[in-house]
Design a protein. Structure first.
Length: 117
């Protein structure tokens, strides 16, 4: 079966019907020299906490370079994002800062315009 491309009206309807998460966080972390694996292990530990949070829709940890890491997560509303920041993952990231990071994590709240999950 061949799938037909969406018509312009179908694309316009889809664009106006965003039902995915609308709130997000982008967090970047810079590991101290020699602490890269500790940061990676901490992010794995944070994942086990994030999956238990009902308000967190998606959660990704990634490596940008040898020493830079990031987290991208999404939420349906501001209350869920705030609960996440005030919860275990937020506290964990704030607590490890001085030990294994060059500086504090950079937390950026973002608005999601469109998504496909």
């Amino acid at each position: 079966m061949t799938r037909q491309p969406a018509s312009p009206s179908d694309r316009a309807s889809a664009a106006g019907a965003h039902r995915g998460p609308t709130h997000g966080l982008v967090v970047t972390l810079e590991a101290k020299n020699g602490q890269q694996e500790q940061v990676a292990q901490t992010l794995h530990a944070a994942f086990t906490t994030a999956i238990r949070e009902g308000g967190t829709v998606t959660w990704y940890a990634y490596r940008i370079s040898e020493t830079r890491f990031g987290i991208f997560d999404t939420f349906f509303d501001e209350d869920s994002r705030k609960s996440h920041l005030d919860g275990e993952v937020g506290r964990l990231l704030s607590r490890i800062g001085e030990e294994i990071l060059v500086g504090p994590p950079d937390f950026r709240a973002i608005s999601i315009l469109a998504s496909k999950i």
